[in-house]
Design a protein around this ligand. Structure first.
Ligand code: UDP
Length: 329
């Protein structure tokens, strides 16, 4: 009886696989390695290189392994790219999930936890954001994730599949062991970009806009450690395996930090001056995104352990300093 992690060689996937394996669970990983890294997969997991749009490959896997439940991370996740190439997102995220669900229904696998996103909300009506708030995505990435949630809901009605959608806020940090961490090419996320400066890979960073209606004028985000996210996936899967109903949960710290505060904290952690200049706003950036994660705490018993931004950035810095070229080095 194994747990199948799709996209288990990616950033959040590999950290979830790590926690599952360390907890003694039987884990199967599938990843097409387009953005993931074989080296990030825990040695105890059985690995299949496949694309979830490949029904035959999924059939082979479901026939070879006895799968109890699925954790689904296999999707494209760059907001900017989703605006340049929206059909890639419909193909990878929606078409991919459709093929996956067809295979799950055919093989009688009926439990799935999957990555959704704060981008399903778009510009929030209020902060902190509740799961029942309006969902009106402002980019293709968020749109396809919201459509994935809806697809699960209809498939659930027809075939009895049960699902949990986890809407992440800003995933960050690295495994405390320093063995695995974040590696994107190109890198677009704030914390790894900041850390490229003390790592000698860029002279300075640009903060996108300082004229937002926030105390210091820069955007505010809710940063949540990747290991805390990993634990939430395991709790959500166990919730489903114990009979829990379809559900949607926000995952964040409930605390917002401005872009300037993040840079300031990184300066303290690294001891490097990290020059930062102000540039124009980035299209589609809401001023303030902060989660209410009360529901995940109450229903799943989730307790984030890395609430402190300094600790989060310290784990990221340990990883990036030791692996300046990600898994290539
Ligand atoms: N950001 C920035 N400079 C960069 C990269 C990001 O000022 O080089 C800002 C971005 O505009 C947003 C915040 O950092 O306000 C977090 O962005 P990120 O891409 O990390 O995550 P997102 O909030 O888009 O999911």
């Amino acid at each position: 009886m194994a747990i199948l992690v799709l996209g288990g060689a990616g950033y959040i996937g590999s950290h979830t696989v790590w926690e599952l394996c360390e907890a003694g669970r039987d884990v199967v990983v599938a990843d097409n390695l387009q953005t993931g890294f074989r080296a990030s997969v825990h040695p105890k997991a059985r690995f299949y290189q496949l694309d979830i749009r490949d029904r035959e490959a999924l059939d082979v896997l479901f026939q070879a392994e006895k799968i109890d439940g699925v954790i689904h991370f296999a999707a494209s996740s760059q907001v900017g790219e989703s605006m340049q190439d929206p059909l890639k997102y419909y193909d990878n995220n929606l078409h991919g999930t459709m093929v996956l669900l067809q295979a799950m229904v055919a093989h009688g696998v009926g439990r799935i936890v999957f990555s959704s996103t704060a981008a399903t909300y778009g510009e929030p009506e209020r902060v902190p954001i509740l799961e029942t708030d309006r969902t009106l995505p402002t980019n293709t990435y968020g749109e396809t994730k919201l459509s994935m949630e809806r697809m699960m809901s209809w498939v659930s009605r027809a075939h009895g599949l049960r699902y949990v959608a986890l809407r992440y806020f800003n995933a960050c940090g690295a495994h405390p062991s320093g063995l695995i961490g974040e590696a994107h090419d190109p890198e677009t996320h704030l914390i790894p970009i900041i850390l490229q400066v003390p790592n000698g890979q860029r002279p300075a960073l640009t903060i996108f806009g300082d004229d937002y209606p926030t105390p210091d004028g820069t955007c505010i985000r809710d940063y949540i450690h990747v290991t805390d996210l990993a634990q939430a996936h395991i709790l959500a899967l166990d919730y489903l395996l114990n009979g829990g109903e379809n559900n949607v949960f926000n995952l964040g710290n409930g605390v917002g930090f401005s872009n300037r505060e993040v840079v300031e904290t990184a300066r303290r952690v690294t001891g490097h001056p990290i020059p930062a200049k102000i540039g124009p706003r980035r299209a589609g950036d809401p001023a303030r995104l902060v989660a209410s994660s009360e529901k995940a705490r109450t229903v799943l018993g989730w307790e984030p352990k890395y609430a402190d931004l300094e600790t989060i950035i310290s784990t990221a810095w340990a990883w990036h300093k030791a692996h300046p070229n990600g898994y290539e080095s």
